[in-house]
Design a protein around this ligand. Structure first.
Ligand SMILES: [Zn+2]
Length: 242
């Protein structure tokens, strides 16, 4: 049987994007007109959320279609003002097909504090995301946002955007959305553990075991192959050769 998975139809993708917008809003990962979502249509075109809309209350006709150069091909409303960030990610990573950007409160608080979520603390996060780097501040809605994540794109699927929010990448919309939930829950747990004044990182051996297990369980370990932990430095070349 072929491993090829056909791209979703435009009807399915529109429906899924509306549903993801609603879930982001209902879970408090965005408020007002925050956040934006993109997904490949499979023919070089990209379906994106419109600028200025509440993403929890969109209709399928509100979505825009653009090409990889950012030209609007279809839709009554302009595409998200963060289109450049989405296109930077989609151009750099042909293996990912959807991006979700949100302002989840705990993870965004870490981004405001300048604290990345790169340490190996929770097995689920190590196995699914590797780690979550902190990209330097860039003025929202400018090309600088895309530039700020460029150096991380080949290795990571989730990024904290300094003083701004979070971007996650996935093989499809559901995958990108789940990573957003995982980042936010991770930030919440690290915050609580910090309040207890005791954050125990996993050991290098525990992380190595997790990565081996992850490669066995998942056909594709997306993004980073080895996380770079701020505490134990797992993933750095020096560690790998030691
Ligand atoms: Zn934003």
């Amino acid at each position: 049987m072929s491993a090829f998975t056909p791209p979703p139809s435009i009807v399915t993708l529109r429906r899924d994007m509306i549903a993801i917008g609603r879930r982001l809003y209902e879970r408090g990962l965005i408020v007002a007109a925050e956040g934006n979502i993109s997904a490949r249509l499979g023919d070089g075109r990209i379906l994106v959320t419109p600028a200025g809309f509440c993403k929890g209350r969109m209709a399928t006709d509100d979505l825009a279609i653009v090409d990889l150069g950012g030209r609007r091909l279809q839709g009554a409303w302009p595409a998200t003002t963060e289109l450049g960030m989405h296109l930077t990610a989609l151009r750099a990573r042909p293996d990912i097909h959807a991006c979700v950007h949100a302002h989840p409160p705990y993870a965004t608080a870490f981004a405001v504090a300048g604290i990345g979520l790169a340490d190996c603390i929770l097995p689920e996060v190590v196995a699914t995301l590797g780690s979550v780097p902190l990209a330097e501040y860039a003025t929202p809605s400018t090309p600088a946002v895309g530039a700020s994540i460029e150096k991380y794109l080949d290795r990571f699927d989730a990024f904290l955007l300094k003083n701004h929010g979070v971007l996650t990448l996935g093989v499809d919309l559901e995958s990108a959305y789940r990573k957003m939930e995982t980042v936010e829950r991770f930030a919440q747990i690290v915050h609580l553990a910090r309040s207890l004044d005791a954050v125990d990182c996993l050991s290098c051996r525990q992380v190595d075991e997790l990565l081996a297990l992850s490669r066995t369980l998942h056909s594709r370990f997306s993004g980073t192959e080895t996380p770079v932990c701020g505490q134990c430095r797992v993933g750095e070349p020096a560690h790998a050769s030691s």
